[in-house]
Design a protein around this ligand. Structure first.
Ligand code: DX5
Ligand code: ZN
Length: 233
């Protein structure tokens, strides 16, 4: 994985057909996904339940790009090794999930995986100020985590603050929640480079009819690219 600030689209398989994950992953990758985003929920840190390490290991067999595993679980430290063994490329933990985010990021890096840190909408950018050198990705939640298809919460001021804090460090800014062709330009202009999108990628398509996945991915990417290029111009 070579670091780049180019816009990357990461479909969240939370919006895929749960009876057909293998073919759904193959379909979004064939249609242009850069990364595949896997939402792990524990019914405790967030009010919903999804997958554990065995399911993630099964997804791995189908992911040819980058498997981006978003852990919405507390505690998180006891499960890091299991998700690393399941084949995650990036493991992201929430700063709100425990008192020791510094230790958590060290533990993720110790497995050889990229370490991400996620911030809920109510958590300020400053919460990661002292872990920037332990971090490969900052995930800015633009919904309260737990469900796909929620309304975007504007976090552009936080994204700008984080982009300035990061400086020249090779740290991605990922946006998760409510990303659409309307909201992608706002976050790209503010400095985000990874856009997670569940409902906006999977809407209108299926494994039998995957072309809408490609059209949706291209539309989000185009909207974001225009805004990112305007920011850099
Ligand atoms: C929310 C998850 C998201 C979710 C995004 O808790 O972390 O990744 O799947 O879904 P959309 O794009 O539909 O808001
Ligand atoms: Zn997510």
């Amino acid at each position: 994985m070579v670091f780049s600030r180019a816009i990357k689209i990461a479909p969240s398989i939370l919006s895929a057909d749960f009876a057909d994950f293998g073919r759904e992953i193959q379909a979004v990758e064939a249609e242009g996904a850069d990364w595949v985003h896997v939402d792990v929920m524990d019914g405790h840190f967030v009010p919903n339940l999804t997958f554990g390490p065995p399911a993630v290991a099964a997804f791995r067999k189908h992911v040819k790009t980058v498997m981006d595993v978003h852990l919405m679980i507390a505690p998180v430290d006891p499960y890091i090794e299991a998700f690393a063994e399941a084949g995650a490329d990036i493991i992201t933990a929430h700063v709100e999930a425990g008192p020791h985010i510094h230790r958590t990021l060290q533990a993720i890096r110790a497995t050889g995986k990229k370490a991400g840190v996620a911030l809920n909408p109510g958590t300020p950018a400053e919460a990661v100020a002292h872990v920037l050198d332990l971090t490969d990705l900052i995930c800015v939640m633009t919904v309260n985590p737990g469900f796909g298809g929620q309304k975007f919460i504007d976090m552009t001021a936080k994204i700008r603050t984080l982009r300035a804090m990061i400086g020249d460090r090779p740290v991605h800014i990922e946006i998760d929640g409510g990303v659409t062709t309307e909201t992608a330009p706002l976050v790209a202009r503010a400095g985000a480079d990874v856009l997670v999108a569940g409902s906006a990628v999977f809407k209108g398509g299926s494994v039998a009819n995957p072309a809408p996945y490609g059209a949706n991915i291209r539309a989000i990417r185009q909207a974001a690219d225009l805004a990112a290029n305007a920011r850099l111009a």
